[in-house]
Each structure stands twice: as C-alpha cells, then as structure tokens.
Design a protein around this ligand. Structure first.
Ligand code: HMG
Length: 401
C-alpha cells in the first residue's frame, strides 16, 4: 500500500506589492531582488486576513470535492503555522468549523518554524498507515513578516497549502526513508512579544545549507535513494535563489552535476509560484511542489522528487516521493494561476498601511472593514475572541465565532 498526497491546493492574499515598488525605498537596484533573491512580488494580507482565513481558503476546494463519506473520513486536521493567532486554541479548530467538518475529528496546531508542515505530513502518513480508511487534512499556513526597512522585508509573503493525505494517493506517494537534522541555532525566531521575526540573515543561509548537508547524510545512512535516482528537487524557499544555492550545495556535498544548467533544470519549475508569492514559511515548500506539478511539460509520472524542508532554529528533513500515474487529471493548475493573476497590485503607501497585523489588546469590540476578496475573512475581534465569517461573495454571511 502506498501513502501520500492525494489532493493539494494553495491560497494566498488577494493583493501584492511588486518588488519594483520596494527597491527605490531601500535605495537598491530592483535586480537585487529579481536576480539576487529571485523574487518579483510578495503577497500582502489585508487587515481581515490571517492564517485561519488563508488555511480555510486553501482547504475549501479539497473539502468541496469530497462526498459525505469522504468528508467523514477526515478524522484528523493538522495545521502547521508559525504565525499563530492564539497561545492556546489551535487555529485549526476555527478552520474545522469554517469548513463544516465532522465533529468526530481531532484537530491540532504544530510549530517548528517553516519545518512544521513536514512534521504534519509525516504524522499524517503514520495515522493513515494505522487506518488506511482515514484521510488526514494537513494545512500549512503562514504570514511572513520582517521589520519594515530591514533586509528581510523583500522576503516577506503569505500563503497556505492544504493537502489531503490518504492511502493510494492520486498525486505523490511519499517514500518511507527520511534524513533528519536538528541543531539548536539562533538564525531566525519570533519571541512572543513581537509580530515580526528576528533574523541573523547571514547565519540563516549557512544554517540552512548545513542542515541540508546533515539531513542528506542521514538520508543516505538510512538507506535513501542515490542522488542520480532523484529526478527533481523541491526545497523550502524563503526566496527562490535560496533553492538555487541549496541545490548547488547538495551537488557539492553529494556529488551531483556541477553544471549550472543541469542543476537549474532539476528545480526550475518549482520556483515559479514562489517568485510571485514570497515566503509563506510552512507552506513554501509545498507551494514549490504545486509549482512543479502544475508546470511540468514532460510527463512526471513515475519521477522521484527529493524534498528538503527547513525550519529555522533548526530542523531539516530530506525525503522523497514518487509522482503517480494520472496525476495531471487531479491538479488545480488553472485555479492556482487565476488566484495569482487576479491579485491586485497595491502601492507602497497602501502596503505600509496594512502590513502590520490587527492586534487590539484591550479586549474591546473591533469590527474589521470588509477588504479581502477571499472566501473567508476575520470580521471582528470582540471580547478577546476572533470572529470569522465566510465572505459575502462566497456565501452570504455565516458568521462563526
Ligand atoms: P541582504 O544583506 O540585503 O542581501 O540580505 P545581500 O547583500 O546578501 O544580497 C542578496 C543577493 O543579491 C546577493 O546574491 C547579492 O550578490 C545580490 P549572492 O551573492 O548571495 O548570490 N545582489 C544583486 N544581484 C543582482 N543585481 C544587483 C544586486 N545587488 C545585490 N544589483 C538576506 C539577504 C537573505 C540575508 C535577507 O533578505 C534576509 O535576512 N532574509 C530573511 C532570512 C532568510 O530568508 N534566510 C534564508 C535561510 S533561513 C530559512 O529559510 C528559514 C525561514 O524561512 C524562516 C523559518 O524557518 O521559519 C527564513
């Protein structure tokens, strides 16, 4: 029996800042961003969007395509995020309600920087192995925020990926061997009192590639596939150039092709969506997977994909999956393209107005002006509670507290 990703969709905010509008503010040539970092745009959340609304929007099409029995088979929802909205209640419980899932389910939130989505995927695989009738909904949802004016600012973004993990998956079967690497390093973190990350940029680049080398060595020690038997590589993408650097590093460490063109061919399709969205932390690597599957011109069926998931702090994991025959019929490529093309370009002034998260701490009543065109929105924060609703365009007013 094979286990893996049966369905996958992503969501992002419906507005973006073009990095051409940020470069002059930082006094740099836009090529620093488009070439040096490999980023063109970054999605920016509206004040009435957060990880809950993004997560629900990503998962909605997956749930809508299931019949009643299929929905009832979702007995676990794992939501990975490092942009949590509560210290106690899982963001996943709000999402479970917004999606009208069965109460006969467990829901939990997972955190280890950008890595947590992969831990959710591995836990989901273990649960499905135990009961192959069960489906697990894994959602990775994040809003990447750095200080305005900092060097991390052009690497912001936001997005969510939802994956249905099942037996006999239609998209990608995940293979059992994993290489793991954990080390205590202060490269990037966000203390509870901050809404933006603290980062040691230089250290973070080295910590990422060290983690890749460590995870690869462990993957080999665990009996993993040879580098030459892996056809494409999907990396965590804080900015797309990081994946290019990481792949070159893996080639050095593992004896892969040294030729830049050959290396580029193994990752090029995974970078397309992230160039336009920016960092979406836990979701980023799985946006890269969507990008690969949606854009591949050659038939990927039977191809082995290598994944490197990195979360600062740090945990890294290298694992592989095999693309399933007929996967193309189950892609959501058109919806993904439409989502990105329909976003509104906002000015730098508008970006500055909305970039900070809404975070009243007085426990009073705060109604949020409807702004997002997404399927779900944060309608109010009232009496210390966040009130979410299905957006009017999607379904006239079913408020959920
Ligand atoms: P910086 O210091 O502003 O940039 O910060 P730089 O001076 O290093 O330049 C960046 C690149 O642009 C360089 O390329 C320059 O040469 C090039 P490289 O030499 O490295 O290949 N460049 C140009 N190229 C063309 N034309 C030009 C030009 N000018 C310069 N005119 C940094 C860059 C990434 C450090 C910063 O943006 C940052 O701190 N970002 C946030 C941290 C980050 O993303 N780290 C990545 C690894 S850690 C990770 O992935 C985990 C994370 O996702 C969090 C989590 O796990 O939760 C972040």
């Amino acid at each position: 029996m094979q286990l893996g990703i049966d369905d996958l969709a992503f969501a992002t905010a419906d507005r973006y800042l073009d990095l051409a509008d940020l470069a002059p503010v930082h006094g740099v040539d836009v090529a620093k961003y488009t070439v040096g970092l490999g980023q063109d745009r970054m999605s920016v959340c509206a004040p009435d969007e957060d990880v809950v609304t993004l997560a629900a929007a990503a998962a909605l099409p997956l749930v809508e395509d299931l019949d009643d029995a299929g929905r009832a088979a979702i007995r676990t929802v794992l939501l990975a995020t490092e942009s949590g909205i509560d210290q106690s209640k899982s963001a996943g419980v709000y999402v479970h309600r917004l999606l009208d899932l069965s109460p006969s389910a467990r829901v939990v939130e997972l955190k280890q920087a950008c890595y947590a989505g992969t831990s959710a995927l591995q836990m989901a695989l273990a649960l499905v192995a135990r009961n192959p009738e069960q489906k697990v909904l894994v959602i990775c949802s994040d809003v990447a925020r750095y200080d305005v004016g900092s060097s991390g600012e052009p690497t912001q973004g936001c997005g969510a990926v939802a994956m249905l993990v099942t037996a006999d998956p239609r998209l990608v079967a995940i293979e059992p061997v994993s290489g793991l690497h954990t080390t205590d390093v202060m490269d990037f973190w966000r203390p509870n009192y901050r809404s933006t990350a603290v980062v040691d940029g230089r250290l973070s680049l080295r910590a990422y590639t060290d983690s890749l080398a460590g995870a690869w060595q462990d993957y080999q020690a665990q009996g993993g596939a040879a580098l030459a038997d892996i056809d494409a590589f999907v990396y965590h993408q804080p900015f797309t150039k990081m994946a290019v650097k990481a792949h070159a590093h893996l080639a050095r460490v593992a004896g892969g092709p040294r030729d830049a063109e050959a290396q580029a061919a193994q990752i090029a399709d995974t970078l397309r969506y992230n160039r336009e969205i920016g960092n979406s932390y836990t979701a980023s690597m799985y946006v890269g997977l969507a990008s690969l599957l949606d854009h591949a011109t050659e038939d990927l069926a039977g191809s082995r994909i290598g994944f490197f998931s990195y979360g600062s702090g740090s945990v890294g994991e290298f694992f592989t999956g095999v693309v399933q025959p007929g996967f193309r019929q189950h892609l959501r490529a058109e919806a993904h393209r439409r989502l990105l093309d329909d976003r509104e370009r906002i000015s730098h002034a508008e970006y500055l107005r909305i970039v900070a998260p809404v975070n009243p701490v007085d426990g009073g009543d705060h109604v949020l002006e409807p702004t997002t065109r997404g399927s779900f929105r944060l309608a109010a924060i009232s009496g210390h509670q966040r009130v979410y609703e299905r957006a009017a365009a999607a379904d006239a007013g079913s408020a959920v507290a």
